[in-house]
Every structure is written in structure tokens, then in C-alpha cells.
Design a protein around this ligand. Structure first.
Ligand code: DGL
Length: 287
């Protein structure tokens, strides 16, 4: 067994089934601009949301091990579906690393709603996971909130195609969001990290419906704060006056061009992007 020393200068590893986790990376980068970041998009296996839990758990473990092999000092599971299916397994398998998961923001939604009805947009697998259902029951019991669960089949595939303003996305969102508004939801939880990327289209559907004062809940900023807290607690925050500038690198199990283009259009940066099958390397390399 190899042991490794985790240092503050090591990168934070962030992964998702595809480009959705960039909605988390942008918050991590804004809050922690001195940190090196490595982003892994398992786009070759996206979407995770319609796959069996065991398959998603296995893929998540491969990607997380890959990031650990690249020298990550912490791992952000920037995917609600992978968190529901695998965060426990990842913590057991990589006990030396702080691991931060994401889950649909039901608590902030319960605090925000005035009608008492909240719509939750997420993948089928997230909404069926024991972790999510436990959270839903807990928050519903404590707050009396009614949660309407809306699986958004096909939406991640469309977003992965890269044209975020596509009519197909708007039409899909009309089909998923309108019934929630009709049922009195005044708060919508974006329970998949891909969905903040199409927030403009969601807002358009709400405007078309004529619903006023609908709150959208995205936990990206809270996740970034949790990453900062954990690194700080472990003495692993990279110094603001570190000599070398912070670097970002991307890895994908599909097309490097597609991930590079997502970095450019969503974050406005052009980091090096490489293709990989996400098999954990046997030697440690830093970005
Ligand atoms: N971004 C992932 C999530 O937050 C999408 C999962 C999928 O690939 O279906 O759940």
C-alpha cells in the first residue's frame, strides 16, 4: 500500500458525469482563486441519471481514484446523482481525502417557500436514491413543506450537446416546469448540477407562465463554502501569496474539444483538456 503526503499546493479534484460540474467549479474558483483545480467530466458515460446505482457508483469510484492519482488534496463530487449513489463508497475507499458531495437544496427551499409547495428538478436516479428520500422526509416533517419531485429525463443529454439555448431544451423545460408552477410551487430546486447552466431557459418558462416571485435554489455557492471550510480545517488552503499562479486542467472520457468549448463558454477560460478512460494511474502526477 502506498501512502501519500497531502499538501496545500496540491489541486482540488472536481468531477461530474459531464459538463454540469462546471456550475460548481465556477463557484469554487470565485471563492478560492488561489487553488489549482482539476476537473473530470465522465461525458463518455453521461448521463448517470438513467443508469443503475451500482454502475454510477463504479464509474464514480474510477473517476475519484483517477483524481486521487493526479494528486488531488480533496474531491468535490459535483454531481447530485453520483453523490446519492456513491459518496459513502468514495469516503470509505479514499479515507485520506476530504470529500464534498452535493445534494438538492431542500432545506434552503423549505426556508424560501411562501406557498409551502416546492418543485424539485433532478435526475431519476437522484430522486429514487435512499439518501435523497431520507432528506426529503426529514425536511418535509420538520417544515411541513410539500415537495413535488420532477425527474427531467433527457435534459442532461441535451445540455451535453453544448447548445444551451436550443429550442429542444426550452421545450423540455416547459414540459417539466409548467406542471410544478400549475401545482402552486413558488420555489424550484435545481437538483442536478447541469440545470444551472440552463437557468436562463428556466426563467423564460417561468415568465411565460406568468408566475411571479419564483425562487430558484442552486447550492453551488454553499458547496464552495463547504470546500473552503474543510480545507481550512485540514490546514490545506493554498497560500494567497503562493509563487506560481493557480492552474486549471480538464479531463474527459469523451471529446476534449467539447469540454474545452464548455470551459470557454461557461467559465471564460481555456485550460489544457485531455481525454482519458479514467483508470487510476499507478504513479502520482501533479497537474
Ligand atoms: N450533473 C449531474 C447531477 O447533478 C447529472 C447526472 C446525469 O448525468 O444524469 O445529477
Amino acid at each position: 500500500m502506498t501512502t501519500r503526503t497531502i499538501t496545500a499546493d496540491a489541486p482540488i479534484g472536481i468531477f461530474d458525469s459531464g459538463v454540469g460540474g462546471l456550475s460548481i467549479l465556477r463557484h469554487v474558483r470565485a471563492l478560492l482563486p488561489h487553488e489549482h483545480l482539476i476537473y473530470a467530466a465522465d461525458s463518455g458515460f453521461a448521463p448517470y441519471g438513467g443508469k443503475p446505482e451500482a454502475v454510477v457508483a463504479e464509474r464514480s469510484l474510477s473517476v475519484a481514484r483517477f483524481l486521487a492519482g493526479q494528486g488531488a488534496k480533496a474531491i468535490v463530487v459535483a454531481c447530485n446523482t453520483a453523490t446519492g449513489a456513491a459518496v459513502k463508497l468514495l469516503r470509505e475507499s479514499l479515507p485520506e481525502l476530504p470529500i464534498v458531495g452535493v445534494e438538492p437544496g431542500l432545506k434552503p427551499a423549505a426556508a424560501a417557500t411562501r406557498s409551502g409547495t416546492v418543485g424539485v428538478l433532478a435526475t431519476e436516479l437522484t430522486l429514487a436514491s435512499a439518501k435523497f428520500l431520507h432528506l426529503r422526509d426529514q425536511v418535509a416533517d420538520a417544515s411541513g413543506t410539500r415537495f413535488l419531485l420532477q425527474p427531467c429525463r433527457g435534459l442532461v443529454d441535451q445540455i451535453e450537446l453544448g447548445d444551451l439555448g436550443a429550442t429542444a431544451i426550452l421545450e423540455m423545460l416547459r414540459g417539466y416546469v409548467t406542471p410544478l408552477l400549475d401545482a402552486g410551487a413558488d420555489t424550484l430546486v435545481l437538483g442536478c448540477t447541469h440545470y444551472p447552466l440552463v437557468q436562463a431557459s428556466i426563467e423564460r418558462v417561468i415568465a411565460e407562465h406568468g408566475a411571479a416571485g419564483v425562487t430558484l435554489i442552486d447550492t453551488g455557492e454553499a458547496v464552495a463554502r463547504q470546500v473552503a471550510r474543510l480545507l481550512d480545517a485540514g490546514g490545506l488552503l493554498r497560500a494567497a501569496d503562493a509563487q506560481a499562479p493557480a492552474r486549471v486542467a480538464g479531463w474527459t472520457s469523451a471529446s476534449a474539444t467539447a469540454l474545452a468549448s464548455a470551459f470557454n463558454s461557461l467559465i471564460g477560460i481555456d485550460p489544457p483538456v485531455s481525454e482519458t478512460a479514467f483508470a487510476a494511474p499507478s504513479t502520482l502526477e501533479h497537474i
